[in-house]
Design a protein around this ligand. Structure first.
Ligand code: GLN
Length: 488
């Protein structure tokens, strides 16, 4: 008999609700799969998708309402990126500076998941403080891509994507500041959803760049992700002042047709330099959308090329302020320099230089520089002006009657470990994803085929708070593509 973990979330929930499966058995199996993925017994390098695993399965299940019927996620095991605060497991952010940090409170999404009956099985590998695109910046080793363990799973939520793609669990949460859910979803051949800014509470998500940060959802299939999305989204006036006050429409729905839907293909996301094989796989999604009744229209978002430079000013600027709290006094690691003349300053310096890895250090330096007197106008203010133009590009396309955009999620499939050593080159891989964060729009990646066995993702971008319409497109694409979504 195939495992409950290999089917859909819907089927698993039905089985738990009817008593045919137990939350405890399912969570136990999920955790056994984590161990197997790291054992190397099949000759594979360890997947290393998890930083922490909840080995006390009984208590993990008891911590939620998994046993009781009629819960939306009854008995569903779920993995959380290790920058989402939990009471039962430490929250390291993939950093030495928070290696032993256990949060005194838990994220709003965690409470919602537990109330819905989901079992939190562990915390997943990420680039330190979510800064990266490959998990190579994790202080606890990178996660690997289940499709080819010599390749990155993407980042920064690579561990969550790898866990879902490897069949450890059907769903996971990640976070998004510039593509960290959509890009690993594309690299691992699964579904990854970034909400509109304000749609999912950020309370308990460790801040990287607060005006861009979101919690996002991974699922093996669209419906799996939709069910989790409906549980975790919604207002949180008490804890997150940036959460939207409106109760969202449910995104879970039956796959249907796309008659009357206009999908835009933005020219800037299909440049001449784009790998023709990637273009070809994304065009598969466009053909599928047309077969379901959608109209396809060519559109333009003229400021797209400025998005990466603007993002890599704004995100580090906000990060440099957010990360100033890790000073050895209030959180995590403290390194003392006893002999120093100015012991407090020496403690700050030693703690921060030992606690932060090279990429986080680079971002803090960059951010501090662009915010410093004399450079603020030249960099930060200009980047904010670019952000306005990016927003305006999207607004005018959506105002012209286009309901959603269809683009590649990434310019290439998953790359090999070590293949991109130049930070600038790494930043450029975010070219198709940072725009939605800058413009606060919902966006998601769905599988649209493979190139030499490696998954390729198609991205759907929708107007702010139009998540239900975005999912309508995703459901239709998945249904129409069928097996083509996962074959060359
Ligand atoms: N890769 C991007 C960065 O390094 C995005 C990260 C993210 O979305 N958390 O900043």
């Amino acid at each position: 008999m195939s495992s409950r973990l290999d089917g859909s979330v819907g089927a698993l929930v039905d089985a738990v609700q009817s008593g045919a499966a137990s939350a405890l058995d399912v969570a136990t199996e999920s955790i056994a799969r984590i161990r197997a993925s790291d054992s190397g017994t099949a000759g594979d390098a360890p997947l290393n998708a998890f930083v922490s695993v909840d080995d006390d399965v009984q208590s993990a299940v008891a911590a939620s309402s998994g046993g009781s019927a009629a819960r939306a996620l009854a008995g569903v095991p779920i993995a959380l990126k290790d920058n989402i605060a939990t009471l039962r497991l430490r929250t390291t952010c993939g950093s030495r500076i928070l290696e032993d940090h256990v949060s005194p409170f838990e994220a709003t999404v965690v409470g919602k998941l537990r109330a819905a009956g989901a079992t939190i099985i562990g915390k997943t590998t990420l680039d330190e403080f979510a800064m990266g695109s490959s998990t190579e910046h994790s202080a606890f080793g990178p996660a690997r891509n289940p499709h080819d363990r010599d390749r990155v799973p993407g980042g920064s939520s690579g561990g969550s994507a790898a866990a879902v793609a490897a069949g450890i669990c059907q769903v996971a949460l990640g976070s998004e500041t510039g593509g960290s859910v959509r890009q690993p979803a594309a690299f691992c051949g699964i579904v990854g959803v970034k909400p509109s800014y304000g749609r999912i509470s950020r309370y308990g998500l460790v801040a990287f760049a607060s005006s861009l940060d979101n919690i996002g959802v991974f699922g093996r299939a669209v419906d799996d992700a939709a069910r989790v999305f409906d549980v975790v989204s919604g207002p949180d006036a008490e804890h997150d002042a940036t959460s939207a006050a409106v109760e969202p429409e449910t995104v879970q729905q039956e796959p249907g047709r796309l008659d009357g839907v206009v999908l835009g293909l933005p020219a800037e996301y299909f440049p001449d330099s784009l790998d023709p094989a990637v273009r070809d796989r994304v065009m598969r999604a466009s053909v599928a959308a047309r077969a379901r009744g959608a109209e396809i229209r060519q559109v333009s978002l003229p400021h797209t090329a400025l998005a990466v430079p603007a993002y890599y000013v704004i995100a580090p600027a906000e990060a440099s302020a957010n990360l100033s709290r890790y000073d050895g006094v209030r959180f995590g690691r403290r390194v003392k320099e006893a002999s120093a003349r100015d012991p407090l300053r020496a403690m700050y310096e030693a703690t921060r230089s030992e606690g932060f890895g090279p990429e986080v250090t680079r971002r803090i330096l960059l951010g501090t520089y662009v915010l410093s007197a004399g450079y603020y106008d030249a960099y930060y203010r200009r980047a904010m002006a670019v952000r306005d133009r990016i927003r305006a590009d999207f607004a005018s396309v959506f105002a012209s009657g286009v309901h959603a955009l269809l683009t590649p999620t990434t310019p290439t499939p998953a790359f090999k470990f070590g293949a991109i050593s130049d930070p600038y080159e790494m930043y450029m891989t975010d070219v198709f994803t940072v725009t939605a964060n800058l413009a606060e729009l919902p966006a998601m990646s769905v599988p649209t085929g493979r190139i030499s066995g490696l998954p390729v993702g198609a991205q759907i971008i929708a107007p702010r708070f139009a998540e239900r319409a975005m999912f309508r497109v995703a459901y239709a694409l998945e249904a129409e593509l069928g097996g083509e979504a996962h074959t060359g």
